[in-house]
Every structure is written in structure tokens, then in C-alpha cells.
Design a protein around this ligand. Structure first.
Ligand code: FYN
Ligand code: ADP
Length: 580
């Protein structure tokens, strides 16, 4: 790995290398072995060459999906996921995913070819003319452009460091077409490449910050830990589990932290969420932000009187980014560092005599949990015709329990919210979902990345609306023969399928789709397996068949079109017109 092979440059000039080769060599030198791409001018040959030189190149049907694949590759591997696109429109199509990666703290590099600088800067109307660097800047952690072949090594090294160090995020790397074709001496080119040393340096927390946090937790009557996707990303699974088990503190997993400890763990307070948040007196956030998903640490969710008021909890926040603290409410004990180092330091301070949380607190949570779990069990035991979200997702729950290594990709509104609380996860980083922005469209990109990188089975539980955003990538799934089973929970529309046109015209209402659509037939066009399920038994059989065969499969799961609420469990964020 890392040797420059100048074979791509013809004949007599075999001692030369070029921009194409140097880009591929620079990534390979840094252990990056996969590119999520969509070929076209000026990066077609870059895709070919990367594959020729032994990189895995997964070629998509739309750049946005390649971008989402790259973003989740970053989350899963701690290496920047690479998305490669053509200039202007391809670049813009990749940009949503770049912004998504930055927002979610996933390391990713969007690499886009671009047009001739001289023409772009004079705005003379080049092919796909656009000042891509300027446009990318506000949407990512860092943006770089390389103009000379001898700077490719530095450009790639800077992009890698920016993506993975500190708080991870998206980086843009602009490669003008002219650069790729530039040649230089092969040996000088080889020497210009940089193998990044320690790309994500550990950040050790200050001992006094650790002590402050431990003092606060030790004195708590109702302590609670909230684990976020930063905790999942950190791959400090053993330290996190040891801390939780040694202190005995109940914990609440955010959606993508589910499975960091098995959801069936007795200290999980997930089934008592709306009880523990307002009741807790000291809350330790580990790789979780007090953003909208946690009601900004204020208001009714936290037991406060007014919507903007503080509930009185004290907060510990373990995070790599010092500026995160106090972003919404006061953080009494910020612990700044990488989660692995922080949890190790906290664990060291826990010692043998840590007082377990008061029994009344644990008993109250257990009681609330038992009630909610019993209520859920009742709903799951029903077998309505047609299926509803519960009866369909009970099948997925059983299948994940029996196959805890599979990846669960999940998007939609109701399809997302119900799956989050119904489907237990047992292993870290197995649940991949819409993340901080609630993005619809991550589905197939995430599924492709997870399957391609790990070889594990993926089940993608998709609302029928959500599936539409990336549905064409089922061709990609078939082309690469990936073990992905897509389950479309089909209730004929966005949220549900029953809306009517309030204007009385013949057009359908904006939220409804073609009734009785057969999504399963789409995948058959590409040689995949389509299945149509109207009962839980049919759904179970179709998914089990997909798991046994590992063939690309799409199950059209017919759900009652009246099932589902508008915006799922975040109806409160959906303003309503007083007059329609
Ligand atoms: C959870 N719950 C359970 C279980 N797990 N009950 C029984 N058994 C189990 N295993 C209960 C839990 O206590 C809650 O009930 C309820 O189920 C929901 O739990 P959840 O999902 O953890 O909590 P909630 O309130 O939905 O979480 C808030 C949230 C979440 C904002 C973090 O909604 C979220 O991540 N939303 C993302 C939404 C999104 O992005 N949508 C895409 C856009 S859709 P109570 O305790 O009784 O409350 C565009 O329209
Ligand atoms: P969730 O949505 O699950 O609550 P967020 O995306 O809001 O999670 O929060 C993730 C947090 O984790 C961010 O504040 C980010 O800075 C932090 N983070 C990410 N990686 C690490 C790491 N390796 N060490 C420490 N903190 C991290």
C-alpha cells in the first residue's frame, strides 16, 4: 500500500505519475479502501483507476445516496467516508450529505471534480461552472482546493485530519479536472504523499474536571446517564458499559446509541423516558447534545413549569468539543476529551466503593418501565387485519433478537418512531437512522455502506415515503449483490394514506400516494427478490428467506392506511393552520 505505480501514464513517460494516481495513492496510503461515487466529467477515470488500484468503488445512481453512504461509513469505521462526485450539479447533490455528516459529527470527505479555475473565476461560462469551494465552506468543518499535483498529498492529509480530529465532521476537497491530468515525476510524487500520523489524537480530560463530575454524580439522589451517537461513534463500548454497571446509574440511549448496551439491560431506562427526564437530579450526557431531540434541556420534558424554563437538573457533559457545554442550559461539570479517555478517567475515579443510586429511584424506574413494557406487549400481541406498525415491527423485533449482528437501517415518520421503541438492539452501532436532522433519504445509502463495508446482513425498515427518496438505489444493491432486505411499510402515503384534496379537485391530496402500490415489483426489474406481505406471517417468511439467501430483497409490507399519526411522535413540531 502507498507505492505509486505510474502504469497509468503511457509508454516512454513511465517515470511520470499524474493527479489521478496521486489522489488514489494518497487515500490508499492512509488506509482508505472504499469510495462511494458517481462517475462523470471529470472524475470518471478517477473511479476506474481507484478500482484498478484495488480500492472498492461503489457506484451509485444519485450522488446524495453516495454521500449518505460515505457519512455512515465514517460513523461505522472512524475513518472519513469518501464520496466522489462530478462538478456543479453532482457536487450540489452530494452537498446535502456533507452538511448532514457535519451536523451529525460523522467524518466524511466530499471529493468533487470542478471546472477550470481561470474560467470559473472570470465567470466566463465554463462547463458546469461553479465556485464549489465557496459554496461548500459554510456546510462543512473545512474545505480545501488543490491546484498542483505536488500538493495532493497535503490536500488529502489535511482533509483526513479535519474530518476525524476533535469533533468529527464533513470536509470538502475540490479537485479541478486540470489537476487530475497534471503529470509530475513519479518519485517526487511518491515523496509528496503524507501518511497521516495519529489523525484523531486522544484528548485526555483534565483531572479536576473528572473529579467535579464524579463529585456531582456521587451526591445525586436520582442520577441518569444519557448516551448519544457520539458515545457509539467513540467505540469505547467496554469503558461505557463498565462505568454504567459499576456505578449502577440508569441510562437512556438516544436512538443511534441503542445497543451500546443491550436494550434489554436492566439499567436501561428507555421504556421510562418521559418519567426519568423530569425526575432525574443529575444527568450525565455522554456524546449527546441538548438539542431538539432532548427538548434543549428545558420545559415540560424536564419537569419545568414554563416551556423555556429549566427543570432544576444538574448536568455533566462528556464531549470532545468544549463549546458544546452551556449551548442550551448550564453545564455544571463539563468533561472535555475523547469519550474513551474520559470514560477511562471516570472509571478510575469510581473505585470499589461507589454508592449505588438510591433504591427508591431504581424501583420507581423499574415500575414505570414494567408498565410501559406491559402496555407495549399488549399492543404487539394484537394481530389486526390489515397489519399496523406494531404487528409488522413485532416481526422485525423478533428477527433482530435472533440475529443481533445484522444492521437495522430505519427512516420514516411512524416507521421510524415505532421501530425505535419496538425493536430492541443488542450490539453497538447496529441501528442507523435519520440522525440529528431527521433526514428522509438516508435509507439505501446507509444500507449499501453497511452491507458493503461489513458483509453483514442489513434490514432497512422504510416508511413508503422515506423509501422514495433513495429507492432507485435498489439497482445498486442488486448490482453489487448486497445482503440487504428492504422492508417498505406501505400505508399509501406520507404519515398515512387517507387524506383528501381539501380543494375538492381531482388531484390527490399532497400526502397520499398511489393506492396499493407494489414496491416489491421494482426490485424484480433488477433481478432482486420481491415479496408482498399482508400478514405478519408472510412478512416473517419473506425476511427470513432474505436472511437465508442473502439476496437483495424488497418486501412490500401492506399496512393499514389509517395507521400512523401526522409527523409520528414529533407532531408538536408541525405547525397547523387555523383555517383551511
Ligand atoms: C421506549 N418506550 C418503550 C420501549 N422503549 N415502551 C415499551 N417498551 C420499550 N422497549 C417508550 C418510551 O418510554 C416512550 O414512552 C415511548 O416509548 C417513545 O420512546 P422514545 O422513542 O425513546 O421517545 P420519544 O419521546 O419518541 O423520543 C423523543 C425523540 C424521538 C425526539 C428523541 O422522538 C426522536 O428521536 N425523534 C426523531 C424523529 C425524527 O427525526 N423524525 C423524522 C422526521 S418525520 P413515554 O416514556 O411514555 O413517553 C417528519 O415528519
Ligand atoms: P445524539 O443525537 O445521539 O444525542 P449528538 O449527535 O447530538 O448525539 O451528539 C454527539 C456528540 O458527541 C457531539 O457533541 C460530538 O461533539 C460528540 N462526539 C463525537 N465523537 C466524540 C468522541 N470521540 N469523543 C467525545 N465526544 C464525541
Amino acid at each position: 500500500m502507498g507505492t505509486v505505480e505510474p502504469q497509468a501514464v503511457a509508454g516512454a513517460q513511465a517515470q511520470l505519475t499524474d493527479g489521478f494516481n496521486l489522489v488514489v495513492d494518497a487515500f490508499k496510503l492512509n488506509g482508505i479502501d472504499t469510495i462511494f461515487a458517481l462517475p462523470g466529467i471529470p472524475i470518471t477515470d478517477l473511479c476506474r483507476l481507484a478500482q484498478a488500484k484495488g480500492m472498492r468503488v461503489i457506484s451509485f445512481r444519485h450522488e446524495q445516496n453516495a454521500g449518505y453512504a460515505a457519512s455512515i461509513a465514517g460513523f461505522l469505521t472512524q475513518k472519513p467516508g469518501i464520496c466522489l462526485t462530478v462538478s456543479a450539479p453532482g457536487f450540489l447533490n452530494g452537498l446535502t450529505a456533507l452538511a448532514h455528516a457535519t451536523t451529525n459529527c460523522f467524518p466524511m470527505i466530499l471529493v468533487s471534480g470542478s471546472s477550470e479555475r481561470e474560467i470559473v473565476d472570470l465567470q466566463q461560462g465554463d462547463y458546469e461552472e461553479m465556485d464549489q469551494l465557496a459554496i461548500a465552506k459554510p456546510l462543512c468543518k473545512a474545505a480545501y482546493r488543490v491546484l498542483h499535483a505536488e500538493d495532493i498529498g497535503v490536500g488529502v492529509a489535511r482533509a483526513i485530519r479535519a474530518a476525524v480530529s476533535g469533533r468529527p465532521g464533513g470536509v470538502y476537497l475540490d479537485l479541478p479536472g486540470k489537476l487530475l491530468a497534471q503529470t509530475m515525476d513519479a518519485e517526487a510524487g511518491r515523496r509528496s504523499l503524507i501518511k497521516v500520523v495519529d489523525p484523531a489524537p486522544r484528548q485526555i480530560p483534565a483531572p479536576e474536571a473528572v473529579q467535579r463530575a464524579l463529585d456531582l454524580l456521587r451526591g445525586a439522589k436520582k442520577p441518569l446517564v444519557i448516551l448519544g451517537k457520539g458515545a457509539a461513534y467513540a467505540q469505547a463500548d467496554a469503558e461505557i458499559r463498565a462505568f454504567i454497571e459499576r456505578t449502577g446509574i440508569p441510562y437512556l440511549p438516544m436512538s443511534m446509541a441503542k445497543g451500546l448496551l443491550p436494550d434489554t439491560h436492566e439499567q436501561s431506562a428507555a421504556a421510562a423516558r418521559s418519567f426519568v427526564l423530569p425526575e432525574a437530579d443529575v444527568v450525565m450526557l455522554v456524546g449527546a447534545r441538548l438539542n431538539w431531540l432532548l427538548a434543549h434541556g428545558k420545559g415540560k420534558t424536564w419537569g419545568a413549569k414554563g416551556p423555556k424554563e429549566w427543570g432544576g437538573q444538574k448536568f455533566v457533559q462528556v464531549d470532545i468539543w468544549p463549546q458544546e457545554a452551556d449551548s442550551n442550559v448550564r453545564i455544571d461539570a463539563p468533561v472535555v476529551g475523547d469519550i474513551g479517555s474520559c470514560m477511562q478517567a471516570l472509571l478510575a475515579g469510581v473505585g470499589a466503593n461507589w454508592p449505588k443510586p438510591p433504591a427508591e429511584w431504581l424501583a420507581a424506574i423499574a415500575e414505570r418501565k414494567a408498565k410501559n413494557i406491559a402496555k407495549m406487549a399488549e399492543l404487539l400481541a394484537k394481530n389486526p387485519v390489515p397489519m399496523n406498525f406494531h404487528s409488522a415491527l413485532a416481526v422485525v423485533r423478533d428477527i433482530v433478537r435472533a440475529n443481533p449482528d445484522l444492521y437495522l437501517v430505519n427512516e420514516g415518520a411512524n416507521a421510524l418512531d415505532f421501530a425505535r421503541s419496538i425493536v430492541d438492539m443488542y450490539k453497538p452501532r447496529k441501528r442507523l437512522d435519520v440522525g440529528t436532522w431527521g433526514v428522509m433519504g438516508i435509507g439505501m445509502g446507509y444500507a449499501i455502506a453497511a452491507a458493503a463495508l461489513t458483509g453483514q446482513q442489513v434490514i432497512a425498515v422504510e416508511g413508503d415515503s422515506a423509501f422514495g427518496f433513495s429507492g432507485m438505489e435498489i439497482e445498486t444493491i442488486c448490482r453489487y449483490n448486497l445482503p440487504v432486505c428492504v422492508v417498505v411499510l406501505n400505508n399509501n402515503g406520507v404519515y398515512r394514506g387517507t387524506d383528501v384534496n381539501l380543494g375538492g379537485g381531482t388531484d390527490p391530496a399532497p400526502t397520499v400516494f398511489v393506492k396499493g402500490a407494489r414496491y416489491d415489483r421494482l426490485i424484480e426489474a433488477f433481478g432482486g427478490v420481491g415479496a408482498h406481505a399482508t400478514t405478519p406471517a408472510e412478512l416473517r417468511a419473506a425476511i427470513e428467506q432474505a436472511l437465508a439467501s442473502r439476496r437483495p430483497t424488497l418486501v412490500n409490507a401492506v399496512i393499514d392506511e389509517t395507521a400512523g399519526t401526522e409527523s409520528g411522535r414529533i407532531t408538536n413540531l408541525n405547525p397547523k393552520s387555523a383555517k383551511k
